[in-house]
Design a protein around this ligand. Structure first.
Ligand SMILES: NC(=O)c1ccc[n+]([C@@H]2O[C@H](COP(=O)([O-])OP(=O)(O)OC[C@H]3O[C@@H](n4cnc5c(N)ncnc54)[C@H](OP(=O)(O)O)[C@@H]3O)[C@@H](O)[C@H]2O)c1
Length: 311
């Protein structure tokens, strides 16, 4: 075995997950962390050029078009980033004998029923974002590339924009808010996602390419347990108070999805069954409450830093 660190091309390095992956994987791997300005996934020529220059062992695609409501107005852009670019990444990875790690979403399902979705369940996305992410998965699976596709849900972290930061900001300004209580899923921190990706890779350290090829599949990967957006918000606020954050908020009302219409329809049942991940890699996700308690001090610190930065 050589002492060379395996090379990773990481796209979307400035996103919630990309940022966390860069920091988590850099000690063990030679990470080429490319944010949008260095690798624009709508530019197929640039994708091919970067892959040829870097010649990574593994491509990790953490970039995505994630504006769920806006995607209804911009389907071409959503499909270019979420479907066409992963197809090119897969093709390029196969060409240089590399493997691909890609992330997808609970929004590939229609949200019917109350059972957690398994990987083999029939996807039926309700919105353009979900359709574009499903097309990306299908392109990777149809390619010859060894791959791991991790479908996750309700992502938040210290870096980037997310529900946790919105709730903290609103709760510091308002005395009342209303949050949806009939969509159920598992909030998942970007730190947990990055750590689990690192744990999976570390199991394959001797030969990550061979390891990925042998376990090439789609895996559900989210924190354990379940809650609604209302339950998630309530826990954020409980922990914020524990962390001495001053809140103006006095009441948090439960509302149904029908009381908060959005351009994109969202699944009501976003539960993901992660037993395949456990069976193949022996990994047991932490509860969403544990991950949130670990992440919240960092999120609060990042918000304080952002609010005190000179503009
Ligand atoms: N966020 C969620 O709740 C959620 C839920 C389920 C699954 N996922 C999946 O998890 C993965 C990570 O999501 P995330 O939460 O980290 O998303 P994110 O914070 O929105 O990050 C996405 C990154 O992709 C970049 N990007 C967008 N268009 C691009 C383009 N044309 N070329 C290159 N980069 C581009 C963005 O660049 P800029 O920084 O320049 O905007 C951003 O840095 C994605 O596959 C997503 O579909 C997310």
């Amino acid at each position: 075995m050589s002492n060379r660190k395996p090379g990773i091309l990481l796209s979307g390095a400035n996103g919630q997950l990309g940022w966390e992956l860069n920091h988590t994987l850099s000690p063990q791997y030679e990470v080429h962390a490319l944010e949008r300005s260095k690798l624009d996934l709508t530019n197929s020529k640039q994708i091919r050029q970067r892959v040829s220059e870097i010649k990574p062992d593994i491509i990790i695609n953490a970039a995505a078009y994630t504006a769920v409501d806006k995607a209804e107005q911009e389907p071409e852009l959503a499909f270019a980033v979420n479907a066409e670019a992963p197809a090119i990444l897969a093709e390029e990875a196969a060409r240089i004998d590399a493997s691909l790690i890609h992330y997808s979403t609970d929004y590939v399902f229609d949200g019917s029923g109350t059972q957690p979705w398994r990987e083999e369940d029939r996807p039926a996305p309700l919105n353009v974002y979900g359709k574009s992410k499903l097309a990306g998965e299908q392109a990777i699976k149809a390619s010859a590339v060894p791959h791991l596709i991790f479908r996750t849900s309700w992502v938040y972290g210290a870096h980037g924009h997310n529900f946790v930061k919105t709730i903290l900001r609103m709760a510091s300004e308002k005395e009342e808010m209303s949050i949806i209580d009939d969509q159920i899923g598992a909030p998942t921190s970007s730190a947990f996602l990055a750590n689990t990706t690192a744990q999976v890779l570390s199991q394959l350290t001797d030969n990550p390419k061979k390891g990925i090829a042998e376990n090439s599949d789609t895996y559900h990967l989210c924190c354990s347990g379940e809650t609604s957006w209302h339950g998630f918000a309530s826990e954020i606020l409980r922990l914020a108070e524990q962390n001495d954050v001053h809140l103006a908020l006095k009441t948090i009302h439960r509302i149904p999805t029908s009381a908060y219409p959005t351009p994109a329809q969202r699944p009501q049942n976003s539960r993901l069954d992660c037993s395949r991940l456990n069976k193949v890699f022996g990994l047991q996700p932490v509860t969403w409450q544990t991950a949130l308690a670990q992440a919240l001090p960092h999120i609060i610190a990042s918000q304080i830093e952002a609010s005190t930065k000179p503009t």
